[in-house]
Design a protein around this ligand. Sequence first.
Ligand code: ADP
Length: 436
Amino acid sequence: MDSLKEIFIIIALISLAFILGGQIDAVGWSLFGASLIWIGLQAREFRKIKRWANRPLRRPRNGLESWAALAYLPFRSLTRERERTRAMAQRLREILSLTEIIPDGFIVLNDNGDIESLNAAAKKLLRLSDKDVGLGLGTVVRIPEFLNFIRTDQQQDPVEFQSPFAIDTTLEARRLDTELGGAIIIVRDVTTLNRLLTMRQNFIANVSHELRTPLTVVSGYMETLTDPDEDPALKLDLIERLPSPLRRMQSLVDDLLLLTQLESSSEVKQSAMSLAEPIKSAVEELRPMFSDDSQISVLIDTERQIMGTQSELHSVCVNLLANSIRYSRNSGPITIRCEDFGDGVRLSVRDVGLGIAQEHLGRLTERFYRVDMAGSRTRGGTGLGLAIVKHVLRRHHSTLQIQSSLGVGSTFFCDFEKLSPGENPEVNLTNQEKNI
Ligand code: ADP
């Protein structure tokens, strides 16, 4: 409908008024009638606008352009606004769906402290549901520390509290106040983080403790050695004893460095190898620990090869064998062996020594964990040996297994996958058993 139509209607009405009025000699009345028709048309258009105004997002249906223009302008701007609102609502839905995948609980509160929205993690951690939306957070979560925390008006440090829903689970809540008077509460499970922090503290305490003992010995010796009045024979004796605490510190530092290296380097250079090599090199390295009546048997009962790192498996053999020697009574027999086991190869170290009570077995590979036995610290270990073994074996897709009975003896063993036939180069190993 354009303005021509309106002009045409006006001209038509006036013309009709003149023609009809001329014929009946009442032009004035005809013009009056034409005006009434025009006013009627306008009134009809006005009603349409009124009807449209009730639902202004519908396209206006006006026949005359002046009225149509009146409706079209707000209609267009309202339509644009609606599109914008729809896009924003879509964005909001996307953002809310993103919060669903955040592992931390996320609760949006309005200025009354009522829940406006919450994500899946918040529901899980605080046992909430969609039904709680619209309710006050303080009325649906009844954990005292948490209640105190959300009732405090001011933004504050995060608070930690025990979850009443999961045993040994610590939660942390953090509050971020918004400019509009509401707040966002973030709740996360900090159990693992706390455990790691405790482990780190314990580790530092253990390292300091282990280093302090030999350091105290060395500084004691040094005091005597630098005293001009001390007996020269005593000084000579101390000089001979000095290497022992120094060696202890050296071993501890070496083991710590090895452990750190094993933990930090994920890339492992492995090649086809036989376990016979690290077994033999470990026996050679530990020879100074053997006594005259040591009965140590080395059994190489397999020709299979595995994928491994020579130096790392050497340290596995050294640690297991050294422990067997350390914790054996009266130089009892010790056997270090590799043999076929199922489709793979088994490495085992067996002694008939002190043995270990069952309750300790699960914790032996923890750093610095020692069975509290008489003289356990004086036997010379660093407390890191089995932790190193565990890490090396993990890099070789194997685990340390322990069978032990108190007073009877222990067997430490681990299984490796053998090389698949295509990878397995020809090896020429002979079964050997020798007593050293
Ligand atoms: P350590 O340097 O103290 O030997 P490890 O990590 O090698 O540290 O061993 C942890 C603990 O496990 C030892 O302190 C000891 O109590 C126990 N253990 C290890 N091997 C044996 C074994 N063959 N016989 C008895 N106890 C053992």
